[in-house]
Design a protein around this ligand. Structure first.
Ligand code: AMP
Ligand code: MG
Length: 478
């Protein structure tokens, strides 16, 4: 029987741009192929039914790479921790086909851990199993929390022993395939500028707009519109990360997608308390990508992108567009935070006050960021509408004795906001709380526990049950 992944609607999209953009490479051959995760939720958009794809199909296609697609190691550079690095590129992965989804969008299959390429620079081209598990979890968590992201389609353990500086070694190996909207990075454009190729910058930009922003392609001058839309999407992306307490860890320009989707999750982490200085990557000693610096880092990356794009459109125009970043960001951040607090909309001044009061409360009390929202969701009741003492009583276990008065202030404010709604609306607030706050604990310790079970006992049950619970965020309505 033909492998159903072989018969998808592939398009030679990026390949059609010519070989200036990639190197054709050979996948590694592995001693073992154990499929640990297949993301069936991603199959419908590809036009596939779960039953049509067996585990063997996954392994043949995404572990042995027995497809007819070319393996394109993409060329890119980037600014890493502020320094330009021309020695980047797909060093352990390749673009393995672009598929037209049933929704009309183009999707990339991008591998990670699939062998060396001309960009590996003495590294092994491999991915550790822990790295694969962590990236798979990040994609699913972010997706189910409503944040645009690449997602893991397939995770296969490959039976090699890896030497790693940041993990106990030998470490188990894996190859994963991520499905994403695009693998074109800000750094893909930066590289073309480094080689002084305005012709290729224009070709790539035209391609990106036609492919990923088709509605803008019809406009008489799509370039500034593209930059505006990208600024907006990136601001929204980082606004949502901030609201859910996500810290990407390595916001280099080579990890920034041209469609404003998050991807490439290495040392990411979730904040525990509302600590603006929290950093996810141990090697980020100066805190360049700390939690609070993420919006600025993304804004800076958008500024770096202006250099190559200035070969196609005026720099001053882009600079003016970027001025709107803070506004887009604040809108997205506050909007998401309000949803986590139960509100789809509030009058602007109440919204600002509630966000401000809540952040101050979280900062001073240092209570667990996720537990706070979880408690709000779990304990919320109609009684809260009538009397703020019910709120205080329900939430008081969250804080210590001396912090009760700070809690009381916050509860009174929340009660005042509730009082501006009708009883009917109170029910909707409860529903928002359940819809926008995860049922699973998204703490680093939870991810570590999942990994430890795999590491020590090869027990994948915690991993699978976590994903299962993540997909059903609202047990109250079940
Ligand atoms: P990352 O930190 O994963 O975004 O990777 C930064 C750069 O290092 C990219 O060019 C990667 O392809 C490359 N790289 C990271 N790990 C490896 C590895 N084990 N083998 C080859 N290249 C790697
Ligand atoms: Mg990267």
């Amino acid at each position: 029987m033909t492998n159903p992944f072989q018969t998808l609607s592939y398009e030679p999209a990026l390949e059609s741009l010519g070989n200036e953009f990639f190197d054709i490479v050979q996948p590694a051959t592995f001693p073992q192929h154990i499929l640990h995760f297949r993301n069936d939720a991603l199959l419908p958009v590809l036009g596939l039914k779960s039953e049509a794809a067996s585990n063997r199909h996954f392994i043949e296609f995404f572990g042995r790479f027995q497809g007819t697609q070319s393996c394109l190691a993409l060329r890119y550079h980037g600014h890493q921790f502020g320094q330009y690095n021309p020695y980047l590129g797909d060093g352990r992965g390749f673009l393995y086909g672009q598929v037209r989804g049933v929704d009309g969008h183009l999707y990339d299959f991008g591998t990670k851990g699939s062998g060396t390429t001309p960009h590996s620079h003495a590294k092994d081209g491999r991915l550790s199993l822990k790295g694969a598990v962590r990236e798979a979890l990040a994609g699913e968590i972010l997706h189910y929390l409503g944040v645009p992201t690449s997602r893991c389609l397939s995770l296969i353990e490959t039976g090699e022993d890896l030497q790693r500086d940041d993990e106990p070694s030998p470490a188990r190996s894996a190859v994963m395939v991520r499905q994403s909207r695009s693998h074109i990075r800000f750094g893909t454009f930066e590289r073309l500028d480094y080689y002084d190729r305005p012709d290729l910058i224009k070709a790539l930009l035209d391609f990106a707009i036609a492919c990923y922003y088709p509605e803008l392609w019809k406009e008489p001058n799509p370039y500034p519109l593209f930059y505006t839309e990208l600024v907006k999407r990136v601001a929204q992306l980082v606004g949502r990360w901030m609201a859910i307490g996500f810290c990407h860890g390595v916001l280099n320009t080579d990890n920034m997608s041209i469609v404003g989707e998050g991807f490439d999750y290495g040392p990411y982490a979730f904040i525990e308390t509302y600590n603006p200085y929290f950093t996810a990557a141990s090697f980020d000693r100066l805190g360049r990508y700390s939690y609070r610096n993420q919006p600025n880092a993304c804004r800076w990356n958008l500024e770096m992108l202006q250099r190559p794009l200035s070969k196609v459109m005026p720099l001053s125009e882009m600079a003016a567009i970027l001025e709107s970043f803070p506004e887009f960001y604040t809108q997205a951040y506050e909007g998401m935070l309000l949803k986590k607090l139960g509100f789809l909309t509030l009058p602007p001044s109440s919204a600002r006050d509630l966000v401000g009061t809540t952040l101050e409360f979280l900062l001073i009390t240092r209570i667990n960021y996720h537990q706070f929202f979880d408690a709000l969701k779990q304990k919320f009741s109609k009684h809260w509408y009538h009397n703020s003492t019910h709120i205080v009583e329900d939430l008081s276990p969250l804080v210590s004795g001396e912090q009760q008065s700070i809690l009381k202030n916050w509860c009174e404010f929340y009660h005042w906001i509730l009082g501006k709604h009708t009883l009917e609306e109170i029910e909707q607030i409860e529903q928002q709380l359940w819809a926008y706050n995860p049922t699973v604990t998204v703490a680093n310790s939870a991810i570590e526990i999942i990994w430890e079970a795999i590491d020590r006992e090869n027990d994948w049950q915690p991993f699978n049950s976590f994903l299962q619970r993540l997909r059903h965020p609202n047990p109250k309505n079940e």
